[in-house]
Design a binder for this molecule. Structure first.
Ligand SMILES: [Zn+2]
Length: 427
């Protein structure tokens, strides 16, 4: 067992409200299966006598928070970040597809996977739901790399059997055989999980989507990930291809791809009926604000999502997104919330933004009580943040009189320099 004395943030499971100790203690040790978990978390003065003889590392005035959970990211787009393009569809055609075509080569895929995981760790991200490419080799490379690091990590082979160039387009029947083989090989191994991954409805035939839905029914604890309602051109295209569906989101519903553990990036241009459908089926939105700003796609409507009872959490969407940093994503989410010209504007509190990228994101994945929080029993993935990482942050956080003021200073001014240590499974 080991203990850390620091400022300590975690969240109430039921309400999502922050629990905070200015002088906190986090005690970590193995559970009955040998997995490193949180044994206790709370005020130092209240807990220290319960753990005599346990080594305590004094990290004050640093802040310990749960490791960040990224609900939507593309590891093969690590090198596509910052590509200049005129919106989503040209960006896919001119940059993303040519780049992804290289991932049939295992050594190349492994090299990018290692760099990607280093970058997540540097930025304090301890769990991600990530796209691979359409090549099974890209999935194996990522799972092998994540397994070696002991990560709780989810990925899957992209399904795209039409409207895709040579090099990334797959074959309907083989793509479904490959997906099932990958589920059997990787899902539930150590801390790894599989996600059935149609790229987006326009690049899959009805037959491929139907097969994906059948696998989703056969393996109900496997995740589903895709994109929906990001961009008006994309929505028009989806409507042309699937004229019998009530909406773009409805296409996924018609093929059995809306359910618990189904995560859809963007969810910007939805109708009230769409939002009700998401809430009713337990489908989750991965809000990707830096990507939406970069590609000019639009603004996620928080008020409408809350009114419908939809679940959501934050995502970087690299390489459409412009940063691996949860601080950049939380700041962009704040800006998206404020935007009041196309939808009602509101002010998300710093603690709400933090929750959306930790405990809220974990809850969206069906992993509440497992990651994204530091309540007793949670897996010991956390970050040690230095509120004095830059001169301006040191000056600003010294004047913080509340948790919200401390967190907002970090959100607005912070980046990877703040992340002093990222702890995965207690290491
Ligand atoms: Zn994406």
């Amino acid at each position: 067992m080991k203990a850390y004395r620091a400022r300590l943030l975690r969240f109430d499971d039921a309400s999502g409200q922050p629990l905070y100790d200015e002088d906190g203690l986090l005690v970590v040790g193995p559970d009955a299966h040998g997995q490193a978990v949180v044994r206790a978390a709370g005020a130092h003065a209240a807990l220290i006598d319960r753990f005599p003889g346990v080594a305590v590392e004094d990290l004050r005035p640093r802040l310990i928070t749960p490791g960040f959970v990224d609900l939507h990211i593309h590891y093969p787009q690590t090198d596509v970040i910052g590509a200049p393009a005129a919106g989503l569809l040209p960006w896919l055609e001119n940059y993303t597809f040519p780049h992804e075509s290289r991932f049939h080569e295992p050594a190349y895929a492994r090299g990018v996977a290692e760099f990607f995981l280093d970058e997540l760790a540097r930025n304090g991200v301890t769990t991600a739901l990530t796209f691979a490419t359409s090549h099974p080799a890209s999935v194996n490379a990522m799972f092998e790399a994540a397994q070696a690091r002991g990560l709780r990590f989810i990925t899957g082979k992209v399904l795209q059997d039409r409207h895709s160039p040579d090099g990334v387009r797959d074959h309907t029947e083989q793509s479904l055989i490959d997906t099932e083989a990958l589920i059997r090989r990787w899902h539930g191994v150590d801390r790894l999980g599989y996600a059935i991954t149609p790229r987006f409805a326009p690049t899959s035939t009805p037959a491929q989507l139907r097969g994906a839905g059948e696998l989703a029914a056969k393996y109900p604890d496997v995740w589903i990930q895709s994109h929906v309602a990001e961009n008006v051109d994309e929505i028009r295209w989806a409507a042309e291809l699937f004229p019998d569906s009530a909406s773009y989101l409805g296409v996924y519903g018609d093929f059995g791809l809306l359910r618990e553990r189904a995560v859809y990036a963007h969810c910007i241009h939805l109708s009230a009926a769409d939002r009700a459908l998401m809430a009713r089926t337990g489908t989750v939105a991965a809000v990707s604000p830096t990507s939406n700003q970069f590609l000019g796609s639009g603004f996620f409507d928080y008020a409408a999502a809350d009114a419908a009872g939809m679940r959501y959490g934050l995502a970087s969407d690299v390489g459409g997104g412009t940063s691996f940093s949860p601080f950049r994503t939380m700041l962009a989410a704040y800006v998206v919330g404020r935007e009041g010209q196309t939808k009602p504007g509101l002010s998300l509190t710093p603690a709400q933004l933090w929750w959306q990228h930790t405990a809220g994101a974990a809850r969206a994945l069906g992993l509440e009580g497992v990651v994204g929080n530091l309540l007793p029993g949670c897996e010991a993935d956390f970050v040690v943040l230095n509120p004095q990482a830059t001169p301006l942050l040191a000056r600003k956080t010294a004047q913080a009189h509340s948790l919200d003021e401390l967190l907002f200073a970090l959100i607005v001014l912070g980046d990877d320099r703040v992340v002093e240590r990222t702890v995965i499974a207690g290491r």
